[in-house]
Design a protein around this ligand. Structure first.
Ligand SMILES: C[S@@+](CC[C@H](N)C(=O)[O-])C[C@H]1O[C@@H](n2cnc3c(N)ncnc32)[C@H](O)[C@@H]1O
Length: 196
């Protein structure tokens, strides 16, 4: 399955001149994104959000299975004058090693990863997931059902995290998306300093 996925995405990226802009949905939730610390863009594709996060001040790592996507992401980062680390990795094998102040996923859903997000977040770190849910299938043929969580399922997948924001709706790009923001318990360095 995974080899198939790699080939499918490599060929999709190789045969498209598509210069993808930062998602309008992401931009409309810009205020929810941190602007410093370490970020992991999960299945980040050609780096539109990884580069955006780096431009906003984060130290970004993008993980994806497609070498073609990663090459494009590296070029995009170079052209933008920012640094983005890339990891070619099959997320079927879990998240790559590391602790992150932000874990971000957009248009990628694998239930199995959710149990790992809490462990991979730094204390006070933030998980942001933007993903179409089942209602999306009432108007659109894709993504396929296996990539569509129930409309409120994301909330059930993060029991150890503190949900600070959750919204569903027909958002800017015409999909029915869920937007989840959840934080790892524990204080950040900033709030530690405030307590001193
Ligand atoms: C719909 S694209 C979304 C890309 C990006 N998040 C964005 O918003 O532009 C899905 C991405 O998931 C990646 N992907 C699919 N299966 C994967 C796997 N098993 N491991 C890692 N990445 C995978 C694909 O290569 C592709 O870049």
């Amino acid at each position: 399955m995974t080899q198939e996925d790699r080939e499918k995405w490599n060929s999709k990226y190789a045969t498209s001149d598509l210069v993808q802009e930062v998602s309008k949905v992401v931009l409309s939730y810009e205020h929810l994104f941190p602007s410093s610390g370490k970020a992991l863009d999960v299945a980040g594709g050609t780096g539109r959000h990884a580069v955006w996060l780096a431009e906003r001040g984060m130290q970004v790592t993008l993980v994806d299975i497609s070498e073609e996507a990663l090459q494009r992401a590296a070029l995009r980062a170079k052209n933008a004058g920012v640094k983005v680390d890339t990891i070619c990795h099959d997320l079927d094998d879990g998240l790559p090693e590391g602790k992150w102040d932000l874990i971000f996923t957009n248009l990628f859903f694998d239930r199995r990863l959710f149990s790992q997000f809490g462990e991979a977040l730094s204390p006070g770190g933030r998980l942001i997931v933007i993903q179409p849910t089942r209602t999306n299938a009432t108007r659109h043929a894709g993504p396929p059902e296996r990539f569509l969580p129930g409309d409120h399922e994301l909330l059930e997948l993060v029991p150890g995290l503190h949900v600070v924001f959750y919204e569903t709706g027909w958002l800017q790009e015409g999909r029915f998306d869920a937007v989840l923001v959840a934080e790892s318990p524990g204080s950040t360095l900033k709030s530690d300093r405030r307590q001193e």
